[in-house]
Design a protein around this ligand. Structure first.
Ligand code: UD1
Length: 365
């Protein structure tokens, strides 16, 4: 059984790593990795291959940047050739990025069975490109692997046949559990000149928050407020960094006291930063899950979440807007200890990839 595993953007690498490892345990599976090139910087891509012990991708399509339409269309054209050459038995996509939908469309048009890992998540917000990517991918997948109960309910509501849907847990948590010990050994806290529990970790990259001047100014105010209480460590995404420069706000950002501004971090460095933070302020999808597993308080700047279990069982709280006053109040609450530890969601046990591999091998017989 030949499987082509698709990666493109940063949040894909830690999901494919445990799957590729699990497939290697089955001699009847040939597992190959196709990197679309959606993320291409050393710090957004290569470092993850090294740290996550992934082999060099078998194919690198080199499609980075451009509008979402161009990106998606170019990936489709390049990936079609790979599928023609490889004639895979299965294409496996993860998550909700543009590479996911692009390769999904190729799989369908070329009649190759498709597996979607992290299926069923819904924020209900169709203005997010990721939500559209999720809905479309799930609607045509043959195997849908689900991380949390809400996903099962969403897929049932959308009329996806039960026999295609499998509740398996969370492959991103597989990576976290696998690499947690190793991550403890790097010196990122010294680099940031801080100690465990003594800093707030911040990430921001959603277009809705960082593609406009008002959003960026709110982010500056939030950092200034936070930095009055604790050091703020901010590994900045290229989109955010580019936009700070574009709107002439870079100097203001760089001059904030008690702020450690860094480039994008490797997987192991970022894991250590998350594990030891007093609080994480973010607009990421995946970090909501990682903080829930690590039982670290998380404030997420989103109107909605496709990962509701992180707010019902986990340590995540949604903040509906970038209003610095609300953020300030919440932050003080958390720093004063008004937090809950939460519980780790069902099947987030480090074994999701093995379950997926076993199911696919059984179905492929
Ligand atoms: C993408 C995903 C988003 C995910 C995020 C994680 C989609 C629709 N969005 O958003 O779900 O949370 O990745 O990072 O797929 N850039 C670089 N170097 C890189 C990568 C990007 O400089 O290695 C810059 C480029 O200017 C690029 C911009 O960042 O145009 C945005 O990159 P893109 O892949 O379009 O989307 P992200 O915002 O990273």
């Amino acid at each position: 059984m030949k499987i082509l595993n698709i990666v493109g953007a940063r949040p894909n690498f830690m999901k494919i790593a445990p799957l590729h490892r699990a497939f290697q345990q089955h001699e009847q599976v040939e597992s190959k990795i196709v990197h679309t090139g959606q993320h291409y910087d050393e710090k957004m891509s290569d470092i993850f291959f090294n740290q996550l012990e992934l082999p060099k991708p078998h194919y690198f399509l080199g499609i980075g940047g451009g509008s979402h339409t161009q990106q998606t269309a170019k990936i489709m054209i390049a990936f079609e050739k790979v599928v023609e050459d490889e004639k895979p038995d299965l294409i496996l996509v993860v998550g909700d990025v543009n590479s996911t939908i692009a390769c999904t469309l190729v799989a369908i048009k070329m009649g190759v069975p498709l597996a979607h890992v992290e299926a069923g998540l819904r924020s209900g917000d169709r203005t997010m490109p990721e939500e559209v990517n999720r809905v479309l991918t799930d609607s045509v997948s043959d195997y849908l692997f689900v991380t949390e109960q809400s996903g099962m309910i969403n897929l049932a509501k959308e009329g996806i046949a039960d026999e295609k849907v499998f509740f398996v847990g969370n492959v991103m948590i597989d990576s976290l559990a696998y690499f947690r010990e190793k991550a403890a050994n790097n010196d990122i806290l010294q680099q940031a000149d801080t100690k465990a529990g003594e800093y707030i970790l911040m990430t921001m990259h959603r277009p809705a928050n960082v593609d406009n001047e008002a959003g960026l100014k709110s982010i500056l105010k939030i950092i200034k407020n936070a930095a009055k209480y604790k050091k703020v460590v901010f590994p900045i995404h290229p989109r955010t960094s580019n936009n700070m420069a574009k709107f002439g706000l870079k100097d203001q950002l760089e001059s904030i006291d008690n702020l450690v501004l860094m480039g994008p971090q490797g997987y192991l460095q970022f894991l250590k930063l998350m594990e030891n933070a007093a609080l994480i302020i973010t607009d990421s999808g995946g970090i909501q899950e990682e903080t829930t597993y690590l039982q670290v308080p998380c404030l997420t700047f989103r109107d909605s979440t496709e990962r509701p279990i992180t707010t019902t069982l986990g340590t995540n709280q949604l903040l509906r807007d970038l209003n610095p006053v609300t953020v300030h109040e919440k932050m003080v609450e958390i720093l004063n200890g008004q937090t809950r530890k939460g519980v780790i969601p069902p099947l987030w046990d480090g074994q999701a990839a093995e379950r997926i591999a076993a199911i696919l091998v059984e179905k492929g017989k």
